[in-house]
Design a protein around this ligand. Structure first.
Ligand SMILES: C[S@@+](CC[C@H](N)C(=O)[O-])C[C@H]1O[C@@H](n2cnc3c(N)ncnc32)[C@H](O)[C@@H]1O
Length: 232
């Protein structure tokens, strides 16, 4: 029985991988990369290209639907877990790669539950990665929290009311998945006089990285899925 690894590959810059992640990626027999849109390249796979050898390692790109509809997600998770288990049971080590960290809003969390439940004998090792939040703070040279300050992370899909309440409670609010609620977030920042306190970052760590601190630029931007905001 070979080991299943969940490897956090960081936000998109190959230099932000840990040495452990690199070692495992070079030695794994199978690399499994998640994508949500089959027409788009896997960001995680693009990040690790220089560490893998396609003539020796099997690269599998597995599609997970971009939806909150669990009746479509559960079969995709189940299928991926079965694929991972079948390779590991046949003695081939598998590295499931994930952007940022594997236990931070990642598909791997669902796979981990299924694997533990249905294949409890499988050895699983998790290699942490630098999350998009840490990479964003570093790029913007923005301290996340200090002293006894508190920080909250909210997927913007939770809704504008939750964001509003968080802004009143925490010194630092990190908003992930901002795309679907972007115009409402912009309006909320205006209405609460927080125009000068927001940083917007898209595709941090990649060649397409955008870091915006000027509110009019933030307000006029059309974000893509890989973007977040930190509001102090
Ligand atoms: C499903 S979560 C994945 C989080 C990831 N596991 C991590 O540790 O950063 C996806 C959200 O994370 C944020 N994100 C992930 N990678 C990013 C990047 N390179 N630049 C900006 N935001 C990113 C975006 O808000 C995106 O909608």
């Amino acid at each position: 029985m070979a080991t299943v690894y969940a490897v956090g590959v960081g936000p998109g810059d190959p230099e932000l991988l840990t040495r452990k992640a690199e070692r495992i990626l070079r030695s794994a027999d199978v690399i499994l990369a998640p994508v949500s849109n089959p027409a788009e390249a896997s960001v995680a796979l693009g990040t690790i290209r220089e560490f893998i050898d396609e003539s020796r390692q099997e690269i599998i790109v597995h599609q997970f639907p971009m939806t909150s509809d669990r009746s479509r997600l559960i079969p995709a998770w189940q299928e991926a877990a079965a694929l991972i288990a079948s390779h590991a049971e046949a003695g081939r080590s598998v590295a499931f790669i994930t952007i940022g960290d594997p236990l931070f809003y990642s598909t791997f969390i669902y796979l981990l539950r299924i694997l533990r439940e249905q294949w409890p004998q499988l050895p699983i090792e998790i290699i942490p990665g630098i999350s998009s939040i840490n990479a964003t703070a570093a790029q913007a040279a923005l301290p996340l929290v200090e002293g006894d300050e508190k920080m909250v992370v909210i997927p913007a899909t939770a809704g504008i009311e939750q964001i509003k309440a968080a802004l009143e409670t925490y010194e630092t609010v990190v908003l992930l998945k901002v795309k679907p609620l972007y115009s409402e977030i912009i309006e909320l920042l205006r209405a609460t006089g927080r125009e000068q306190r927001a940083v917007f970052v898209e595709r941090v760590g990649s060649s397409r990285q955008k870091v915006l601190t000027d509110f009019s630029e933030i307000a006029n931007h059309t974000p893509d899925y890989l973007s977040l905001m930190i509001i102090k």
